[in-house]
Design a protein around this ligand. Structure first.
Ligand SMILES: Cc1ncc(COP(=O)(O)O)c(C=O)c1O
Length: 365
């Protein structure tokens, strides 16, 4: 028998979250961002739930091929564009739309031999200072691209650095709108936080929006908002079972480093989940966890294959009981991944992406 840990991907929740994103910008088309193997869920596993999107946006050409192999004939966008000349062959063959964010990519495109001109998303660095042409260089890049026979339609794209925080998007949006004011082409601006928090501004400049994390049931601005407030549902549940029970006395300690000391007699459960499964070792005593759908806490240090849970609030639970590390329990109690991420001083994105290869995944409704 394999260890009892398993991850579940919830197709209906993906569908729900996608519909929720549409309501935030009803006039925009939606890219479902499925980079990083659909934020750790597996592209093939999310495809059914997200196939109602208008397009899929990702980074790896290998992932683009997988989307096409699933039968998707609609738009596929490479968010970072091509990395080398031969990637353009694949763009031509698979009809991939691609971002152009630097001169080197324009050079590659100008040397590419293709019968069919490409759809390009020209990226502006409006303040994030990651990828893109600065506002002063953006128009000359557009003009150069526009003269290439390899280029069909040019769309305009930027990415916000602070859509999830107090700085917001106003400044970057103003730069983007002003610089592109008299340029033709569709616009795409917003990630999940931009879409959920700044939908009214988005209407000004978005033909396409690009939600990622919200589709996967994590609040982009937790703890300011949680998924219930944004009406999002968890799409990944990590569940395991209790494989051992200990009755401990006041003064007894738990786990490596004896980081937890009982102040009264208590019953504790040993769950088959550790950092080698992708559960963060940084989660200290008190991290929320569900046992048979009842909320309780972890105790002491997470080890490679196991962690310890407090069974004081779960007297009915014992050997074999279900442990939900995040997501939904079998009886549909929700433990948002954001709460566990907060305990690990990280974000839901990282936990989703870090579930390890030894955990088997199953798609469920
Ligand atoms: C260019 C771009 N657009 C959209 C997204 C989706 O962002 P989020 O997952 O925060 O919605 C990302 C992710 O980092 C991105 O890099």
């Amino acid at each position: 028998m394999p260890r009892p840990i398993q991850a579940f991907v919830h197709t209906d929740a993906l569908r729900h979250n996608l519909a929720r994103m549409r309501t935030a910008a009803p006039d925009a088309r939606v890219w479902a961002v499925v980079k990083a193997n659909a934020y750790g869920h597996g592209i093939e596993r999310v495809f059914e739930g997200l196939r109602g999107a208008d397009g899929f946006a990702l980074l790896d050409l290998d992932e683009a091929q997988r989307i096409r192999s699933l039968g998707w004939r609609g738009p596929v966008l490479l968010l970072e564009g091509v990395f080398e000349m031969r990637d353009l062959e694949l763009c031509s063959r698979l009809d991939l739309w691609h971002t152009v964010h630097c001169d080197e990519q324009v050079d590659m495109l100008s040397a590419h031999k293709t019968q069919v001109p490409h759809r390009i998303f020209l990226k502006m660095n409006s303040g994030m200072n990651r990828l893109g042409f600065t506002p002063t260089r953006f128009r000359s890049a557009w003009t150069r691209l526009n003269q290439l026979p390899q280029v069909d339609e040019i769309s305009l794209v930027t990415h916000f650095s602070d859509a999830d925080g107090p700085k917001g998007i106003a400044q970057q949006m103003a730069t983007f709108v002003k610089t592109t004011e008299d340029l033709p082409g569709e616009r795409t601006t917003c990630n999940s936080a931009g879409l959920l928090r700044h939908a009214s501004d988005v209407a000004v400049a978005a033909d396409w929006v690009r939600p990622g994390i919200a589709l996967y049931g994590s609040a982009p601005d937790f703890p300011e908002h949680n998924i219930a407030q944004w009406d999002l549902q968890p799409t990944m549940s990590l569940r395991s079972r209790i494989i051992g029970i200990q009755e401990i006395e006041a003064g007894d300690t738990v786990g490596y480093g004896s980081l937890f000391t009982a102040d009264a007699p208590m019953r504790i459960g040993i769950a088959a989940c550790g950092y080698a499964d992708g559960y963060p070792r940084h989660c200290s005593t008190g991290t929320p966890v569900l046992v048979d759908g009842v909320r309780t806490r972890t105790l002491g240090r997470v080890s490679m294959d196991m962690l310890v849970v407090d069974l004081s609030t779960c007297p009915q639970s014992g050997f074999g009981s279900e442990v939900t590390l995040w997501g939904q329990s079998e009886c549909s109690v929700v433990l948002p991944i954001d709460e566990v991420a907060q305990a690990a001083r990280t974000v839901g994105y990282e936990l989703m992406c870090a579930v390890s290869g030894r955990v088997s995944f199953t798609s469920v409704a």
